[in-house]
Design a protein around this ligand. Structure first.
Ligand code: DC
Length: 228
């Protein structure tokens, strides 16, 4: 079977990462969480007080940033910023509150997209994000666009944060998700939108296992089909 690129895009907290990770594991593919890369950049910018409106400062900072992924002993991928494990730190609310703004900056996107393309050059990857099917890999063999109702998304995110001992009230989560939806969808650079050839999956009423099964089913039809 040929190796393909699977692009999973959609709104925050729709189950993209969980699905992408499980699909990658099942197919023995590499999982790349592109959102984690923007989160790591945001962490660096916050900790180094980078002025987002100063292009020179942003460029200088970007040259100092190397984001990588390491698979841990449990088989899941963890995010490293300049060699330091930042997986826990980048999931915190202070990052969620700033990441969409950082992701609107063109220089940030150019730097991340270049790294993402390099990571996918041998194919056999599942990458999730906002612009994977539209900008990073417009030629991806399988594109999925995930949606879900806002309340379901908020409760899922709250559970995820709780598992990391971070108790955040549901209203703050809803507000953050809505704010990010708006910034991600309305930005000038690579706004979040469904690629024309993407398959939509509404995950409001389905389980993670059902989401994973559906993506694998779609992937298999592409993997056995010879390239055009
Ligand atoms: O998937 P996530 O919620 O961890 O992503 C965090 C933010 O990163 C999201 O609000 C927008 C940005 N992002 C992006 O602009 N492009 C991507 N491919 C992935 C994420």
């Amino acid at each position: 079977m040929r190796k393909i690129i699977i692009a999973i895009d959609g709104y925050s907290a729709c189950g993209k990462s969980t699905t992408a990770r499980a699909v990658a594991q099942e197919l023995n593919y590499r999982y790349i969480d592109s959102g984690a890369m923007y989160r790591a950049v945001t962490l660096y910018f916050l900790d180094h007080h980078v002025a987002l409106t100063n292009p020179k400062e942003v460029d200088r900072a970007l040259q100092q940033i190397k984001v990588s992924f390491v698979v841990n002993s449990k088989g899941s991928s963890e995010t490293f910023l300049n060699g330091i494990n930042v997986e826990k730190e980048i999931r915190k609310m202070r990052i969620s509150e700033n990441v969409s703004q950082v992701s609107t900056i063109r220089a940030v996107r150019v730097a991340m997209v270049e790294q993402q393309r390099r990571m996918g050059k041998d194919r056999g990857v599942v990458m999730d994000g906002r612009d994977i099917g539209t900008v990073v890999f417009p030629e991806a063999e399988l594109k999925v666009f995930v949606t879900a109702e806002i309340l379901v998304r908020a409760f899922r995110r709250q559970k995820e944060l709780l598992e990391r001992d971070d108790l955040v009230d549901i209203d703050s989560i809803i507000e953050n998700l809505q704010q990010r939806d708006s910034i991600d969808s309305n930005r000038a650079e690579s706004p979040l939108r469904k690629a024309e050839d993407a398959t939509g999956i509404d995950t409001t009423h389905i389980t993670i296992d059902e989401q994973v099964d559906e993506v694998i089913r779609l992937a298999l039809t592409k993997m056995i089909r010879p390239p055009k």
